[in-house]
Write a protein that binds this ligand. Structure first.
Ligand SMILES: Cc1ncc(COP(=O)(O)O)c(C=O)c1O
Length: 372
């Protein structure tokens, strides 16, 4: 019987699972459930990986974004953010009291459209939330940095998809004033749910530590800002710390899988592979293609499921098409619509077999490239 091919599975090596089990048993036996040695080791190791002074663990990337945006005091100010992202890249701006201003992508890639971004800067603009969608870093990184410098804007990276991505050998997470990572189940590494802030800013690091524990100011011994229990507990820190040992293998495997798809799909006329510039080494968070405008994506998704037992899906709906953001101005976002609404993510995860990839490739060739 033909087996279903899912879109995604998380990967933990056998050794990692054994270590996690033993380590969690110690957490429970020693009753160390928060801010123990695993939190400390995880933050040190993560900061070292990204090459920054501070890594502050929190319970999700959405929390990380909200904390950073609050630090930048964005109340009633405008923040530029791509509409081509996950909903909480935009909603975290509203959680922190700011006004999201949606920016378009390029015509045929996931890159933020810097021309559109420049046009949308006003005296009310306070910063840019820069999303590395699917782990693709915008090749115009220097231009973006210069624009932020010129206008006095902060640059916050949403690196939820970009653990392991690099541009000119610099990792995502050290490219702006701060960055936020996600450890949600589908991400490159996961501890169930979790997030991390990376920064070289001592003040922001202290602020984040205060916010993640009810606003408690350790030095002064009092509470002088609102906060919540937003910390990452010791059990999840243990999972993540151990999972970091699999990172190199996971990234290498994802690259191998991506290269294999590309080898067999690059000459297709009715799809276009969403690639990065040569200066960028992506995390390969997902493998996505663009369908020709005449192809009905919903039909493709249905047929792949029913006829081939293969799960495929679009990247995200553009944020400005989500009802929750109907109050936002949605001007000049046509490239975002064209790219996201014609995008198709193929099954992609560490451990996908060549036989499964061949089934996906052959379904694309017979159903999309050469339909009868
Ligand atoms: C680009 C992006 N930013 C932020 C988030 C939020 O991450 P979390 O679920 O850890 O809050 C996600 C989640 O999928 C995402 O894809």
């Amino acid at each position: 019987m033909t087996e279903d091919i899912p879109l995604f599975r998380q990967y933990y090596s056998k050794e990692t699972i054994v270590k996690i089990k033993t380590d969690i048993e110690s957490c429970l036996n020693d009753s160390i459930l928060m801010f123990g040695p695993r939190t400390e080791d995880l933050e040190k190791k993560f900061a070292g990986l990204i090459g920054v002074k501070h890594a502050i663990s929190v319970n999700s990337c959405t929390t990380a974004l909200t904390i950073c945006l609050s630090y930048f005091e964005i109340q009633s100010r405008q923040i530029l953010v791509p509409s081509a992202s996950f909903i909480t890249s935009v909603s975290s701006i509203e959680f922190a009291g700011g006004h999201p201003v949606l920016v378009d992508t390029k015509s045929d890639s996931l890159d933020l459209n810097i021309d559109d971004l420049e046009k949308k800067i006003t005296p009310e603009t306070k910063g840019v939330l820069w999303v590395h969608l699917l782990g693709h870093i915008n090749k115009e990184y220097d231009r973006l940095k210069n624009i932020c410098r010129k206008h006095g804007l902060f640059l916050l990276e949403d690196a939820a998809h970009a653990l392991g991505s690099e541009i000119n050998n610099m990792p995502a997470g050290c490219l702006g004033d701060a960055a936020c990572f996600s450890f949600y189940p589908t991400k490159i590494l996961s501890c169930g749910s979790g997030g991390m802030i990376t920064t070289n800013n001592d003040d922001l690091a202290d602020y984040a530590k205060q916010k993640r524990l009810f606003g408690w100011n350790h030095e002064k011994g009092l509470v002088d800002t609102y906060g919540n229990d937003w910390f990452l507990d010791e059990i999840r820190c243990s999972i993540l710390l151990n999972h970091m040992n699999d990172l190199e293998y996971i990234l290498a495997n994802r690259k191998k899988l991506a290269d294999y798809y590309t080898k067999y799909l690059k000459d297709c006329r009715r799809i276009k592979i969403l690639m990065c510039d040569d200066s960028v080494k992506p995390s390969h968070y997902q493998y996505a293609v663009l369908l020709n405008p005449d192809i009905d994506r919903d039909h493709v998704i249905k047929v792949f499921k029913s006829k081939y037992k293969i799960a495929v899906k679009g990247i995200y709906r553009p944020c400005h098409e989500e009802p929750v953001f109907s109050h936002l101005i949605n001007k000049d976002l046509h490239h975002t619509e064209n790219v996201l609404n014609k995008s198709l993510c193929l099954p992609f995860y560490c451990g996908l077999t060549q036989n499964q990839q061949d089934r996906v490739i052959s379904a694309i060739l017979s159903e999309i490239e050469n339909p009868s």
